[in-house]
Design a protein around this ligand. Structure first.
Ligand code: AMP
Ligand code: MG
Length: 322
């Protein structure tokens, strides 16, 4: 893949260096990237996404050795984590150094950093020769993009370039950990299950639920929503909407006796990682089908199922509050 688009990566890096915006693939979702050390470039990211500026961005680096150029490292747990999980869907929030502009961190004294596991992303960051600040390449609150066409649909006209790297392999955002001295807290569930993190560093706290704390908007009660109303797949909801055109998303089950207008199974063999890789693209697809509503089967509350349920609950919450 990377060979075919080498010229485009160089062009994209040039755009980043000049303060422009490039959407690029990562293993989680497509990012909307800007030079993370250029506050004017980063301001454009907020403008284009319509994202509130209290919602800080993640800096993407291409080499573990660059970590200490943007933050302090308060504990060896950081090295244990990055040696095990980087490159990969794990973001660490650490005390920032003074070269990181306040607009990246929403004015906080901490900065979020990760090293993505995607060769196009890594080459883009390397050639740009700067950490790339990137949130997901979608309008604020809407579905995350896992293919280049999803970015084109929401942001195509407003940004300088989209690098097409095909489908995102993980398909769900990174797990975010806040590191305060020796204490580690999950701010957002994501591509690496908390169970796997605990195996490497021991105790990890869970951030209190239903918070509207502004430094953790991954905790906002709703987010990640399609335009079509979305609800949990329960017998009660099936009954309530039975005369409507329903799109149903199943984890692995099949409820075809209900004759839904459209049915999609995320993983026939019950693999949570396959389900994660397919979830957002399935929501994009159903959202384009003029359905009356989308019903989603709950995921088992373990491993990646925790992050998947978090995304679905936030999407559903938007319609529950009206
Ligand atoms: P996204 O919106 O997918 O780009 O994810 C960025 C997430 O990183 C947001 O939910 C932020 O809350 C979180 N984040 C970034 N920087 C910080 C920080 N300094 N402290 C806490 N959370 C952060
Ligand atoms: Mg996002």
């Amino acid at each position: 893949m990377i060979e075919q688009i080498r010229d485009q990566i160089s062009k994209a890096a040039e755009i980043i260096r000049r303060g422009g915006l490039v959407a690029f693939p990562t293993e989680t979702v497509y990012g909307l990237g800007a030079d993370g050390l250029n506050p004017v470039a980063v301001a454009k990211v907020f403008e284009v996404k319509n994202r509130p500026t209290f919602n800080p961005l993640i800096l993407h680096i291409e080499n573990k050795d660059r970590l200490n150029t943007v933050c302090e490292i308060p504990t060896d747990k950081v090295y244990d984590l990055i040696n095990e999980f980087w490159p990969g869907p794990l973001t660490l929030v650490l005390p920032k150094k003074s070269n990181v502009p306040a607009i990246v961190t929403g004015g906080l004294e901490t900065v979020a950093i990760r090293m993505p596991d995607n060769s196009i992303a890594l080459e883009l960051i390397r050639q740009s020769d700067t950490p790339i600040a990137a949130p997901s390449a979608n309008l604020f609150g809407q579905l995350s993009p896992t293919r280049a066409v999803h970015v084109q649909k929401q942001l195509g006209e407003k940004i300088d370039m989209i690098l097409d790297g095909g489908k995102c392999s993980i398909g769900i955002e990174s797990t975010i950990l806040l590191i305060e001295n020796e204490e580690v807290t999950v701010l957002r569930h994501g591509g690496i299950p908390v169970e796997s993190l605990r195996e490497v560093i021991g105790e990890i706290k869970l951030f209190p639920k239903k918070s509207d704390r502004p430094n953790a908007p991954g905790q906002l009660p709703f987010h990640y929503s399609p335009q079509t109303p979305i609800l949990m797949l329960t017998l009660e909801n099936i009954e309530k909407h039975k005369n409507q055109k329903i799109g149903a998303i199943f984890f692995k089950g099949n409820y075809s006796k209900f004759n839904f207008a459209r049915e999609i199974i995320l993983s026939r063999n019950g693999s949570l990682s396959e389900a994660a890789a397919n979830l957002f693209s399935t929501l994009h697809k159903l959202d384009d089908m003029q359905l009356d509503c989308i019903l989603v089967e709950p995921f088992p509350p373990e491993g990646l199922g925790v992050a998947l349920m978090d995304r679905i609950q936030k999407a559903v919450a938007k319609f529950e509050v009206g």
